[in-house]
Every structure is written in C-alpha cells, then in structure tokens.
Design a protein around this ligand. Structure first.
Ligand code: NAD
Ligand code: GLY
Length: 367
C-alpha cells in the first residue's frame, strides 16, 4: 500500500482556529509539534497501554530546548474521572508549570477528554494539543473542544469547552489498535454519513471491509471526510446551541447504555452503534424514514462489527431514567436526534412519550 498523502484541514473558529494534520508516520516527523507549543514547558499525558507504544516517539518529536515531563494514567473509561484529572493538576503544580505550558494528550478519547479538561481549568486555561491514537478519537473526540469526565450518574457530565491548538493524527497508530476498538470508531464514522452525507454512507458501504483491515488509503479518506464534517459543524456552532447536537445521533440511548452497564463494559462506540440503530428504528416508527432506509442504516452498523440489540439487562425505566439526565434536554422535554432521511438528521423535542416507551419495550435485547 502506498503511503497516503498528508492532508491538513482547518477548524475555523476565528483567532482560536486550528489545523488537523492527517497522515502516516507523523509522529516521526521532527518539528511537528513545535509551532503549537505555548512555551518551553510541555507535559505529555498518556496511559499505561499507549506509553510503551508511542510515548518515546512523541518525546523525540519535541524540540530539544523543551522542559518535557510525562504522566501515564491507568487505562480505561472507568478512570475518566476527577481523581485522574487531579493527578494531572498535581503533576503540573509539582513541576512548577506556569500559564505558558502546553499539555499534549497522547491517546484515545478518554485521555483526550481528560487532558483537555485539565488544560481548560489549569490556571484558568492553558494550551493543549491532541494526538489521538484510536479511530474514534481521530474522527471525533479530538476535534471540537468538548472536554470532561464522567460522573457516576451520567456520562461526560462535568466538563468545559476548550479547543486544542492542533490535532495531529498519525494513522499508523491504528496498526496496534484492537479490532473491537476499531469497530467502535467506525460507529462515529457511520454517524457522519447518517446525519449529513448519504454519499459518504454509500462510500462506507463500499469500503467497510477495507476499513476493518485498516487499509491505509481507506482509513485516511474516512478520517478526512469525518473530520471535515465535524469541523464544519463545530465552526457553525461551537458550543452546541443548535446544529452541533446532530453529532449526538444515537448518543442519548448510547450514553444510557454506557452508564447503566458500568463505564467501559460496553465501549462508547458500541453503545453509539446500538443507540443509532435505536434512533433509526424510532425514526421509522414515527414515519420519518422508510423501511429500506432503516435496513440500510442497520446493515452499515452491523457490518462495522457493532451491536444492534440493546443490553438484555436494561428495561424501559433503566433507559428513561438515564435519558432524562441527557445534556441536550430542555427543561422536562427529552431532546432526541432522529433521521428525516439518510444523510439528514434533525433535532426533535416532539417524540410522543408513549411511542418512545413502546420502542424501548419492544426493541430487541442481546442474548
Ligand atoms: P479509549 O480512549 O478508552 O481508547 C480505547 C482503548 O484503546 C484503550 O484501552 C486505549 O488504551 C487503547 N488504545 C488507544 N490507542 C491505541 C493504539 N494506537 N494501539 C493500541 N491500543 C490503543 O476510547 P476511545 O474510543 O478512543 O474514546 C472514547 C471516549 O471518547 C469516551 O469517553 C467518549 O465519551 C469520548 N468521546 C468524546 C467526544 C468529544 O467530542 N470530546 C466525542 C466522542 C467520544
Ligand atoms: N461528539 C459530539 C460533539 O463533539 O459535539
């Protein structure tokens, strides 16, 4: 396979605009991070799985004159909490890092969300750079500045908007990613096709096998299209006053699944996969999409290696109690993202409670 060309996209947010560099072997490129550092003090934060794989390459890519510190956190969604963020603040204060320091998040969405939040609050806000190493973080979580941690009562409930200075995506890091994690990332890729771009959904249908074997050209294309769609939406609505909510297709159901199962037992992307299948089914039940569209949406999710069924241990109230806590809700009304067509999602506050409850009651459960 020939090396894919480097691509650079832009997240257009005025003076807080930043590039997304996508390419192979980016981590071995000297000078890659230098333009985005606020000063000499740099702390690279990663986890115990990623550190042995990529930490040294990242350190080598930093300018010699930097004062580089590293911190490795335990791996897992269950560690996406304030205790771990405090460890980052402790390390920064312990090293005497000031407002001109830069944090570098080397890892998946868990590390990226926590490091971004630590950067948002440290001395009221310092620079950070995203170096995402999972497909999910490369197509979604590293872009757009949503940062934060989970609360036992709800997913991502504590956080801040804080944009990175740059997103550096070395697609070669996907070579070590377990297949289950790759499938989880494909959930968010499929999401972009379902909400905004039916032609991209068609391309995904053609290229799903290539993506699942991490074919370099296919992966690079999927990441670039996904990041472009996300960058456009974030530029239009940075703090989710409107259109950005569409990026949450399947997430209201998905976050309920993740929280109920215990963080990390269902991967975020798996919960989003099943959640998108549930949202598409509800859209069908409400007469918004036809049966062929529903079948197509479900087939894409299934071919990515993702679950369609909801967990066997969740009843209607288990879903509803979690869904009522969703950040999108306005007062007592449940806000859901539904499909008007493939490639066209809408924000809906109008779902009749009876229809939703009926869907939750009848929706297939896993064995
Ligand atoms: P993750 O960060 O837990 O990473 C998944 C697993 O892969 C971990 O075990 C990790 O150590 C391992 N890993 C990472 N890179 C690897 C590599 N290159 N090789 C081998 N192993 C590797 O999970 P994720 O799926 O990347 O991210 C999920 C998180 O992202 C959730 O907490 C979710 O809420 C969040 N998220 C945030 C946003 C946002 O806009 N901020 C968007 C979507 C998801
Ligand atoms: N992942 C949803 C968002 O960034 O808005």
């Amino acid at each position: 396979m020939t090396a894919s060309a480097r691509r650079t996209l832009n997240v257009a947010l005025g003076e807080r605009s930043y590039p997304i560099h996508i390419g192979r072997a980016l981590l071995s490129e000297p000078g890659l991070l230098a333009p985005y550092l606020a000063g000499r003090q740099v702390m690279v934060i990663t986890n115990d799985t990623i550190a042995p794989l990529y930490l040294q390459a990242l350190i080598d890519a930093l300018p010699d004159e930097c004062d580089v510190r590293t911190l490795s956190l335990p791996d897992g969604e269950r560690y996406k909490n304030l205790e771990q963020v405090e460890r980052i603040w402790d390390a920064l204060l312990g090293a005497g890092f000031n407002r001109r320091c830069t944090l570098v998040a080397l890892g998946g969405g868990v590390i990226g969300d926590m490091v971004g939040f630590a950067a948002a609050a440290y001395q009221r806000g310092v620079a950070f750079i995203q170096v995402p190493t999972t497909l999910l973080s490369q197509v979604d979580s590293s872009v757009g500045g949503k940062t934060g941690v989970n609360h036992p009562l709800g997913k991502n409930m504590i956080g801040a908007f804080h944009q990175p200075r740059a997103v550096l995506i070395d697609t070669d890091t996907l070579a070590t990613l377990p297949p289950r994690e790759l499938s989880a990332g494909l959930a968010e890729v499929i999401k972009y096709g379902l909400i905004r771009n039916v032609a991209f959904l068609g391309w995904l249908e053609q290229n799903m096998d290539a993506l699942r074997r991490t074919d370099a050209e296919a992966v690079s294309e999927a990441i670039a299209v996904s990041c472009q769609i996300k960058a456009d939406i974030v530029a239009e609505d940075e703090t989710e006053q409107g259109v950005r909510a569409l990026l949450n297709l399947g997430h209201t159901f998905g976050h309920a699944i993740e929280a109920h199962q215990g963080y990390g037992n269902w991967l975020h992307g798996e919960a989003v996969g099943a959640g998108m299948a549930m949202a598409a089914t509800l859209s069908f039940e409400l007469g918004m999409i036809d049966e062929p569209a529903l079948t197509r949406a479900r087939a894409a999710i299934e071919r990515a290696g993702l679950p369609l069924a909801a967990p066997a241990n969740m009843d209607v109230e288990d879903f509803l109690s979690r869904m009522r806590l969703d950040k999108k809700n306005v007062e007592a009304r449940l806000r859901l993202i539904l499909l008007n067509a493939l490639g066209e999602a809408v924000i809906s506050d109008e779902t009749p409670p009876d229809t939703l409850e009926e869907l939750l009651r009848r929706y297939p459960r896993s064995e």
